[in-house]
Design a protein around this ligand. Sequence first.
Ligand code: AMP
Length: 440
Amino acid sequence: MLIICEERGMTLITVPRGTYDIMPKQALAWQWLEKKIRQVFLSYGYGEIRTPIFEHTELFQRGIGATTDIVEKEMYTFTDKGGRSITLRPEGTAPVVRAYIEHKLYGQTPVTKLFYIGPMFRQERPQAGRFRQFHQFGVEMIGDASPVADAEVILLAHDLYHQLGLTDLEIHLNSVGCPHCRQEYKTALTAALKAAAAKLCTTCQLRLDRNPLRLLDCKNASCQEIISQVPPIQNYHCADCRHHFDQVVALLAEVDVKYKLSPKLVRGLDYYSRTVFEIINNELGAQNALCGGGRYDGLVEECGGPSVPGVGFASGIERVLTTLEQKGILADFPNHPQFYLLPLGEELTTIAFSLATQLRRAGYIVELGNGAKSLKSQLKTAHKSGAAFAVIIGEDEWQAREVTLKTMADGNQKRYSVDDLLAQLPQLVIALEKSASKEE
Ligand code: AMP
């Protein structure tokens, strides 16, 4: 449905609910964050993959699980003009796994390490920190079943946040076992909960037979009370799962990564096996998870590939940016022009245009004034733009191929021949940046 609102007697089309525009100033913070993410992921040996924004619906039905909230309620699915069912990707793991299988990456190296950054789409109820189009960055390590892989992926998320300056986040850790021991737990859980079914919320009652593990993270107080009586999943772990988890925990301790054991953490997606984790910023309110991930040993096979294990995580860019802002870490990203060119008269516009082009081609950020406006008015605009220098091009000076360079911070000005100016610009800019950083 197109949302149209009336404003000042005009009809205005607004962004769809749960979406937003990233404006130029904010985009600088996004670019900064994306650059950091890429640097850290590359340093851990991950290669970037860019998959389509939409995929065949079946990929998500198989890859995420038919009984999950995402598949049951939240997917943007439509039939295209060729009659195919298409879905805007709600998460990044299934598409990466699809690409891994399609490009037969399993035949190239024993372990494949991929990362992605991009928009995801879920029709959830929008609220603070929860959008319908949001952005995730994530990694997938496919082909390594060892606990070292789990620990490395958790460490990677931890290190990335640390490098961003987020050093007081909580890592919540659990193991959901393998399909074998989890089935035993599910049976025991269902039996215990059925006895108290009447006291469960309606959502939990519906989930009881289809996906009982999901009851563990229900926020409803009376459900929590009942669930607290049920034995933890750890009691049902088989020897292999217990050993695997013990090693993950020991490896994290070895590199001094602090975590909290969270026996009720199961995560929303069906494909997890063994290790699951979330990284939390408790100051974010209800939507406090920055990152979620874990091991998904059955997923590649489920999606039609060979039986290879995998482990990964996904983190929300919006929540990371909000956290950085909240903690005062997100600097203001200045995007001022270095030079503001002021032609004093329309007949000097072509000269100013040509000089601006020369400077831009040399890599400087340049704004061009309007020659039809007075010197005073153009200087006012130059000040507003935050430019470091104004280059005034006047009729008389130009007769001698000279211009006036005005340093905006102190108002000092000096005449230069164009050739001298171009030759001296690098030193001038460096000197100005130095004095600006001293003032800070
Ligand atoms: P998930 O794919 O559900 O495991 O989510 C992984 C991370 O993506 C979460 O920890 C959030 O940071 C982020 N995320 C998930 N859903 C949303 C959403 N609707 N809006 C904003 N961020 C989200």
